[in-house]
Write a protein that binds this ligand. Structure first.
Ligand code: SF4
Ligand code: SF4
Length: 179
């Protein structure tokens, strides 16, 4: 895992200042605004908004066959309108304090020991945020995602996909979808 100082140095050298264009919340290409949320993040948004799980998220759209007529997917994504995340209101994030890691750290993410950078018009500008805090957030996000993945893996190994049903397996268990 990269250290905070190494990440901060890379962020400084890439450069980033958010232009608040909202492109990362909009559908600018096929599934460009799929925002994955972990079970704990989903719970936080539900508590903050009073919305149900079905109102906040949709299943990650790629389902895998369980071999018995059942299908599963291993993630939730924030619900979207035809062209944007449902929480984008008047060009601003309406759940800003509770937005998931993927939004907090965009356009950056850590993949093993590599800092990955997504498309964003704010790249290349002198860095505008507290760079060590941004690096620490990336570290925390990587740890949270690793924990989530390990829990999902362990639940998956103990789970039987019900025949003929579609399910989502997250780090809190299996949810059978209606219909
Ligand atoms: S992170 Fe990038 S894409 Fe998202 S609002 Fe800021 S400048 Fe736009
Ligand atoms: S949760 Fe907020 S920051 Fe994240 S995609 Fe939706 S509107 Fe954008």
């Amino acid at each position: 895992m990269l250290g905070i100082d190494e990440i901060a140095e890379q962020l400084r050298s890439i450069g980033f200042c958010c232009r608040e264009c909202g492109n990362c919340c909009r559908r600018v290409g096929e599934d460009s605004n799929l925002v994955l949320v972990g079970a704990a993040e989903l719970r936080e948004i539900m508590t903050a908004t009073g919305m149900s799980r079905e109102e906040v998220v949709e299943p990650y759209p790629e389902f895998i066959s369980g071999g018995n007529g059942g299908e599963y997917t291993l993630a939730w994504c924030l619900r979207r309108t035809a062209d944007a995340c449902i929480f984008l209101k008047d060009g601003r994030c309406s759940i800003y304090e509770h937005r998931p890691w993927i939004c907090r750290t965009y356009p950056f993410m850590l993949l093993d020991d590599e800092l990955m950078v997504s498309e964003c018009p704010g790249l290349g500008a002198p860095i505008s945020c507290a760079v060590r805090d941004a690096a620490a957030d990336l570290h925390r996000r990587q740890a949270a995602e690793a924990e989530e993945e390990a829990e999902i893996r362990s639940i998956f190994q103990e789970t039987k996909i019900p025949p003929g049903k579609r399910v989502v397996i997250d780090s809190e268990g299996m949810k059978v979808l209606d219909g």
